[in-house]
Design a protein around this ligand. Structure first.
Ligand SMILES: Nc1ncnc2c1ncn2[C@@H]1O[C@H](COP(=O)(O)OP(=O)(O)OP(=O)(O)O)[C@@H](O)[C@H]1O
Ligand SMILES: O=C(O)c1ccc[n+]([C@@H]2O[C@H](COP(=O)([O-])O)[C@@H](O)[C@H]2O)c1
Length: 194
């Protein structure tokens, strides 16, 4: 099977994530999309981060009615911070029968040259990049854009961020439309981000 790995902190998962995952499930050559919940992104502070199992539960709720999309806990038992190259090596060993590609937003492509072993990642995996609204253009991004492993895919641009959602909840704003209904309910019942 050809599996698209959609890595993320998902703190919390929101409608923007789901639109992308569904777009790739419906309009690409990928058989399955695994949303991989990352315990600790090497570039992010762990402050305001919900426990792994809660973030996983939220992704499970979000993808419940999407048979081609799964929530993955593969990084939960790997060393932290989570370097994607380590996870990919682990996946290759555990599932030699599958082909793994990465799905990432343009924002992550811009920092890819700073990722651990990014050349190794590019040697073995295709990366499907979808557009996000950029603040500035970056030289390195242009170099990477010419890499034959990088595939720019047209997908809807939805400017929602987990950061904005956390802030809105803290400020007592209603942000229900930005979250799948079951995700909003879970967050509300558990009093998260307040
Ligand atoms: N609105 C969105 N549309 C498309 N892709 C998104 C959107 N928000 C995040 N992504 C992408 O989803 C993946 C996981 O994102 P992440 O969990 O960091 O969400 P985020 O909303 O950017 O979070 P935060 O605001 O906490 O940094 C990343 O590849 C990121 O580029
Ligand atoms: O491997 C790296 O060096 C590396 C550096 C920065 C980010 N990543 C991964 O990129 C993924 C996207 O993270 P995020 O927080 O933007 O959702 C997440 O799985 C991180 O572990 C990986």
């Amino acid at each position: 099977m050809k599996i698209g790995l959609y890595f993320g902190t998902f703190n919390p998962v929101h409608v923007g994530h789901l639109i992308i995952a569904n777009h790739f499930a419906e309009y690409s050559d990928l058989d399955k999309i695994w949303m991989v919940i990352t315990p600790h992104n090497p570039f992010k502070k762990k402050k305001t981060l919900l426990d792994n199992h809660h973030r996983y539960q939220l992704v499970l709720e979000a993808v419940e009615e999407y048979p081609a999309i799964e929530a993955s806990t593969i990084e939960f038992n790997l060393p932290q911070p989570n370097y994607t190259s380590n996870t990919l090596a682990h996946l290759k060993e555990k599932y030699p029968q599958h082909e793994f590609c990465l799905i990432m937003g343009e924002d992550n492509l811009r920092t890819l040259h700073k990722w651990k072993n990014y050349e190794v990642i590019l040697k073995h995996h295709d990366i499907y990049v979808y557009p996000r609204i950029a603040d500035s253009e970056d030289q390195t991004q242009h170099e990477l854009l010419n890499n034959e492993r990088i595939h720019i895919i047209e997908a809807p641009v939805v400017e929602i961020s987990s950061t904005a959602i956390r802030k809105a909840i803290k400020a007592g704003k209603n942000c229900r439309p930005l979250l799948p209904q079951s995700v909003w309910r879970y967050i509300d019942e558990m009093n998260f981000y307040k």
